[in-house]
Write a protein that binds this ligand. Sequence first.
Ligand code: IPT
Length: 508
Amino acid sequence: MKKSKFIITLVFLTIGAARVWAQAPKPYGPTPSARQKEWYDREIIAFFHFGINTFEDYVNEGDGKASTAIFNPTSLDCNQWAQTMKLAGISTGILVAKHADGFCNWPSAYTDYSVKNTPWRNGKGDLVKEFTNAFNATGLKSALYLGPHDRHEHLSPLYSIPKYQSYYANQLKELLTNYGPIWETWWDGAGADELTTPVYTEWEKIVRSLQPNCVIFGTKNSYRFADVRWVGNESGLAGDPCWSTIDSISIKDESAHIKELNEGQVNGNAYIPAETDVSIRPSWFYHPEEDKDVKTPQQLWDIYCNSVGHNSVLLLNFPPDRRGLIHPIDSANVVQLRHIIDETFANNLLAGASIKAKNGRGGIYKTSNLIDKDPNSYYATKDESSTDEIIFKMKSTNTFDCLMIQEVIELGHRITEWTVEYADDGKSWKSIPGASNKQSIGHKWIVRFPSITAKYIRLRITKGNASAALHTFGIFKQSSKLKKQQGKYITSRCNLDIHNYTGFFGRI
Ligand code: IPT
């Protein structure tokens, strides 16, 4: 063989060997669909409860009898909603098109109980249109809640009759045909026990044919069609652990399965991650007496860490007021949440650390991928290693009180037990409070703890279903803005609309 041929052959053999050696890990168990992946990447979704209840005194579930004459927002402006969400870094909004009272926020052709019989915009208004137009124009995604429970149409116990089923189906078609891309639809389980799976089977066909990318939030009898599940409470708390997998057959009797909804099941047969719905105020609809009870940025940060940071997506509700605007306290607090999130995670203190792993896969799956900011690169262990020990030696000693870790969700839940420790000398390891024997990771897991100062960090993966595949690992110092918040300080400063807000952080 000529020398040049030999060298070329050698090069090809080496490349081939490296490829085999560093082949991508194979997925394990149920994995997310493209829709679920897109949903996870949203992290926070805004919910908007607005309708005829807004104009009644302290009503959160209307009886369907309120007169349409009371619906008259004085300065409704969905651009203000969209701009606020943009400032808060929230990419998607779900508008309640029809709540349990049956009042339609759009001029449905199938009922008179709608905006067309109100004084608002002289009966010519269409809130769904204004909402979707404003969100689309701002580069945000629109989504709609069409409550299956309708106390105006419903002559109990007649949900089962074809008349109601086609009434709902027709409205679903209106909403999914006339308003551009709709990214999520919500089948609230509240009051919907009578609705059977065959009914949802027909409705699901409508969703899938008209809006193939639309994520279905399903509950109870619609559960088998669900892309995402209810988290089991309305307090902003996803479980610990919180697996994206769950046995789909076991959830029909919801009340008997609140724990499974909250925590998922480690080897569940279906991939149906939890969506955490919670209101920024005590109620879902606006009531002026709750202006003093808006969740503070600190409370919202807690909720973020317990939902997004527990492998869930946060669905945070904003109830627009009787003017049809998001109240300035709500706007200010959610924008400050965004500042807190961004400031906390801007600086991974492991950046620049030297990293040693025991069971690295090699090739492109290198340890430095854990601390780069590339969402496509990841670290992986060898196929035969479902455990690992990864030591980070920082350039200098750092103080931190938070850690964040992300798995490669397309490859399924792989890691099932992990622990993080610290040391000054790289030898005498101490556990980080709350970071021992953790279980699920999934899209994102966050742990907060009292401040620690150290130079070495050790991530131990102690059990797994398959080789580990991790996008990100980091330690952080929580935003200094959290400390500055004392009691009602934030809310007392923010009494202007978002347009004119010059509060705590200056003009935004
Ligand atoms: C609860 C429903 O039972 C559940 O299916 C889901 O839709 C959830 O609401 C959404 O928050 S009822 C509520 C009063 C706990």
